[in-house]
Design a binder for this molecule. Structure first.
Ligand SMILES: Cc1cc2nc3c(=O)[nH]c(=O)nc-3n(C[C@H](O)[C@H](O)[C@H](O)COP(=O)(O)OP(=O)(O)OC[C@H]3O[C@@H](n4cnc5c(N)ncnc54)[C@H](O)[C@@H]3O)c2cc1C
Ligand code: SF4
Ligand code: SF4
Length: 413
């Protein structure tokens, strides 16, 4: 262990699994639990939402069908913003405060791999000073939950975990059996992830010196922001990204069919989609409130805004996904038109919470289209009711073979 209290334990090998983002469960002694824990087999959102938040999402409450159960949502920034953070560093600051106040013994999260800054490497952090090294986003997935065993072996009983939705789903499904004394779950949204190897292909299309790119973010103003090691910043409108040059399987099927964009089983979700240039917090339960309180005056908050209408954008996206026949959704548009649309979108397109709803709707319809094409037998068990509710206004609803099993009948993958 180094002074900052950051350790990267050696982890077991991953067991072969079909749809899998290697959340870490298959590398542990409870590897057989994948069937029960995996988001890609038969997710049980209403049951787990009830266990974690005391109730399932409520269709009568504004935005819960889209974002899951919550107490409140805010736009937020940390003051001062932390260097090297993905946004202002709220996520890692929450974990720092938990360690500073002694609320937890350790934090399970990702640091950059020493040989590749874009590769996530699971680490156990026991000192607040260690969280600075974890700031920023890596592309790819890594076996976060395999750290649960070393954490237990080291005698840590009170933990915080920072995770993406497929990791948090498996954690919550197994939480009761893990027997930790206290667990804080800080989630980030996640979408369009891919392997780190694939992500390097994308970087190589964005710059002739891809190794100098230190930061990348898909911003809510329809631009990708790139930062370079010499301090340069470049923004590219989404429509001008070289998506057509990527291989059709650039995004794995898991990440094209993942049904939880906003990390509904976290105590608090820290994202940016609904923040209109700031961060966006979804405080989901009492423990989430406890986390926000730890930041005190360091957190500046305001009401989230919402503008524009999402239906046209989602319909256009659905048509593109269906046309792309299993590949990436391409927009066939001449360059001059892309420039105009790229300029218009941040001004008249969905903004704030409506932008977040747009992305969640897109994810819902995309999941159904890709699963139907590539794993039709999984549709019945993998697509939860709330995703069907989101997809219904776009003309997608359950077909006869996709009905949920009758009560008492066994369900399986
Ligand atoms: C692959 C990916 C896609 C995302 N897509 C969206 C999106 O579409 N919309 C949205 O609102 N937000 C998205 N996010 C979250 C967003 O990028 C920010 O991480 C989040 O808003 C927190 O910002 P921050 O400044 O508070 O984070 P920081 O304080 O900089 O902390 C970031 C935390 O994320 C962890 N982390 C970084 N990379 C990974 C990874 N690959 N896997 C697991 N943990 C990781 C770090 O270890 C660190 O703890 C995504 C995150 C990831 C990893
Ligand atoms: S639970 Fe985790 S390790 Fe197991 S199949 Fe699912 S993603 Fe893979
Ligand atoms: S997009 Fe979904 S499946 Fe892919 S890494 Fe993110 S949470 Fe996991």
């Amino acid at each position: 262990m180094i002074e900052t209290g950051v350790t990267a334990p050696v982890l077991g090998a991953a067991a072969p699994r079909d749809l899998c983002t290697d959340c870490g469960v298959s590398r542990t002694a409870f590897a057989k639990a994948c069937g029960k824990a995996c988001q890609f087999i038969h997710p049980r959102y209403p049951e787990l939402e009830t266990r974690v938040h005391g109730r399932p999402r409520d269709a009568a409450q504004p935005d819960e069908i889209h974002f899951g159960p919550f107490r409140r949502m805010v736009r937020a920034s940390l003051t001062p913003p932390r260097p090297d953070a993905q946004w202002t560093g709220i996520t890692t600051r929450l974990a720092e405060r938990l360690l500073e106040t002694g609320a937890v013994d350790a934090v399970l999260t990702m640091a950059p791999d020493p040989d590749d800054r874009w590769r996530p490497m699971p680490v156990l952090v026991t000192k607040a000073e260690g969280m600075a090294a974890c700031r920023g986003m890596r592309m790819g997935y890594a076996p976060l939950l395999a750290l649960l065993e070393p954490a237990r072996a080291m005698g840590y009983r009170r933990l915080a975990i920072i995770g993406i939705p497929c990791q948090v789903y498996a954690l919550r499904a197994l939480e009761a059996e893990l027997g930790f004394e206290r667990l804080y779950v800080i989630g980030t949204p996640c979408s369009d992830n891919t392997t780190t190897e694939r992500f390097h292909q994308f970087l190589a299309l964005l710059s002739d010196q891809p190794e100098t790119i230190t930061y990348l973010e898909f911003r809510a103003d329809y631009h990708v922001e790139l930062r370079f090691s010499d301090g340069r910043v470049k923004t590219i409108p989404f429509l001008k990204l070289p998506i057509s040059q990527l291989p059709p399987d650039f995004f794995p099927l898991t990440c094209r069919t993942c049904v939880d964009y906003t990390n509904v089983l976290a105590d608090i979700t820290v994202g940016y989609m609904g923040g209109q240039g700031e961060q966006w917090l979804i405080v989901r339960n009492e423990r989430g409130e406890e986390l926000v309180a730890l930041l005190g005056d360091e957190l500046r908050t305001s009401e989230p805004g919402s503008a524009g209408k999402r239906q046209g954008a989602v319909k256009g996206f659905l048509v593109n996904v269906q046309r792309a026949a299993g590949g990436l959704p391409l927009r066939r548009m001449p360059n001059w038109a892309r420039t105009i649309v790229g300029w218009l979108m941040p001004r008249i397109g969905p903004r704030g919470l409506e932008f977040a709803r747009t992305r969640v709707d897109m994810k819902a319809v995309e999941s159904i289209v890709h699963l139907r094409r590539e794993k039709p037998r999984r549709v019945r068990t993998m697509v939860p009711d709330h995703v069907w509710a989101l997809a219904a206004p776009y003309g997608l609803s359950r077909e006869p073979g996709e009905m949920p099993a009758l009560p008492g009948k066994p369900e399986g993958p």
